[in-house]
Design a protein around this ligand. Structure first.
Ligand code: ZN
Length: 92
């Protein structure tokens, strides 16, 4: 199956939800990525989490320490194209 490489804004917003309170999502994912530095890594590489006042637990990127970690538990495969589209949408 060929993956579509174009992402709609609605896709990016959907994926972005998975950067927040994603402790359990990351535990059940196979691959993670950071849309701040565009690194792709395995769930076990995530060491640090941010605890929110609302008791949310959000992963920090093991490379750049941004709270910008998404995983394939979002339903989207993690690849360079997705991370680049996310970075352009949220950091520029
Ligand atoms: Zn990063």
């Amino acid at each position: 199956m060929n993956m579509k490489k174009k992402y709609r804004q609605s896709d990016l917003i959907k994926v972005h939800n998975y950067a927040y309170d994603n402790h359990e999502d990351i535990a059940r994912s196979e691959l993670c990525g950071c849309f701040a530095c565009e690194k792709i890594f395995f769930p076990y590489e995530v060491r640090d989490y941010v605890l929110g006042d609302d008791e949310s637990v959000s992963a920090l990127c093991p490379y750049c320490e941004e709270q910008a970690v998404i995983s394939d538990a979002s339903g989207y495969s993690i690849n360079k194209e997705l991370l680049e589209a996310m970075r352009k949408f949220y950091f520029h």
